[in-house]
Design a protein around this ligand. Sequence first.
Ligand code: SF4
Length: 493
Amino acid sequence: MASLHILSKSTFLKGLQCDKHLYLYKNNKELLDPLSEMQQAIFSRGTDVGKLAQQLFPGGIDASPSSPTKFDESIKLTEELIQKGEQVIYEASFMFEQVLAAADIVVKDDSGWKIYEVKSSTSVNEVHINDAAVQYWIVSNLGYKVKDISIVYINNQYLRKGELDLNSLFSIESVLEFALEKQKFVTDEVARQKRVLKRNSIPKVDIGMHCTDPYPCGFIGHCWKHIPENSVFDISGMHLRKKFELYEKGIIKLKDIPNDCGLNKNQQLQIDGVLQNKKIIDKEAIKEFLDTISYPMYFVDFESFQPPVPLYEDSKPYQQIPFQYSVHYKESESSELRHFEFIAEPDTDPRIPFIENLLKVLGKKGDIIVYNKSFEITRLKEIQRDLPKYAKQIEKLFDRVKDLMLPFQKKYYYSPEMKGSYSIKYVLPTLVPELSYENMVIADGGTASLSYESLLSLDDFIKIDEIKKQLLEYCKLDTLAMVRILEKLEGLE
Ligand code: SF4
C-alpha cells in the first residue's frame, strides 16, 4: 500500500515556486519534460554525497523504502527504530497531516533529536531553509523533541591531502532559528497548497521568473509552447527579468521590439540579423586576425569534470579536473591533417598523464589554436599550481596560445543563424554546415563532464568503453571544427 500523503517535502517546495507546477506534478506527470542525462547525473551525484555524509554519524540504520513509492514502509520502520531506541537513523520518514518528509540523518541524544539535511551545494540558501522548516514542522508536530536542525553542505575551501577528511569536507550549519521563524508560514502554506490540489482544474499561471527560479521547472515544454521562434527570449546577453518585462507588455516576437528599449550593439545586431537577414563579414579585420597566427598550428581542446568530492590529492570540491584533450595538427596550410587524442583512465589522477601527454604532443614551437582561450589557459594555470613539477614547461605554452573565438566575439564575422552567440556550437553550423554536433550522444561540454564522472561508478567494461569512445568523438569534433572554421576564414581573403 502506498502512503496516503497529499504533499511531500519536495512537492511543497514545488508549490512554493508555482501553483501550476504543484498541480501538474501531482495530477499530470505525463506532461513533464523528459529528464536529460545531465539532470539524472546531477540527481545521482546528490545521492552519492548524501551517502558519504552518513559517515559523519556512523553506525546508523537506513530506513529507506524498498522502492521510491513505498514511503509507508519507511514511516513504519522509522517509528519502530525510534521505539527500539536507535540513536542514528538515515533516510528517516515522517508524516504529519498527510505531509510526508524523509530526513537524511536523524540523531538522538539525551536532550532530543537533531536533524541533518545533506546538500551537494557549497552554501545554505533559501530553498534549504524552507526544506528544513517543513521538515521541522512535520517532526515536531508528531511530538518529537527536535533540538536542532542543520544543513550539511560541501566546504569548497577544503583541499584534499591524503585520505578524505569528512569533517573538513562537510560544513554543518544550524538553521533552527530560521526554521522556527517559518513555522506559521509552513502551517498556512500547507493549508493553501492542499486547497490548490483540491481544485478540479489546472491553476492559471502565466510563465515568469518562477519558471527557472529557484530551479528550472519540469513543465517548461508544456507551459512555454506559445512562445514562437525568434522571440524576445532568444535575445543573447539580455537579463531574463528584462525579457519578461517585454513579454508582460505583450512584446513577444523580435519584430515587435520597439526602438527605444535600450538594446546594446550586439543585441541590435542580432535583431537586425533576423529581421533584415543582415550578415557581417569584415574581411579587413579577419585578415588582420589571420596575420596574427601562423603554421605550424595545433588545434587544441580540453574537457574537464568537477567532482563535488575531491578525488585526488591537492584538489578541492568542484575543482575543474582536465581529463581529456584532442589535438589536430597542421604543419602548413597545404599539409596533411594529423590527429592526437588522450583520455585518462578514471581511476587515476587524470591531471598527471593528461599534462605529460599533452606537453609531448605540443612540442616546443607552433601556434596553439583554441576556442575561448580563458578556459584552456585557466586549466593549465591550475595544473601549474597543483603540480609545480610541470610549471616551467607549461609557462612556455602561454605565448603560443591564440584564440579562434576572437573574430566571432568581435563580430568580424556574424550571420543571423548565430542567434547573437559566438559559441562554436552556433558558429560551426553557420560556417561549416556539413559538420554537426547533432546526433552525437555527447554534444556539449556539460554532458561530457558528467559522462566522465559517471565512469567512476561503472564497472561494466563495455559501457565504460562506449562512453570513452563517445567522449573521444565529441572532443575530436571540437578541434576538427576549429580546423574547418579557420579554413573558411582563410578562404574569404
Ligand atoms: S513552467 Fe512555469 S508556469 Fe509552468 S508550471 Fe512550471 S513554473 Fe509554473
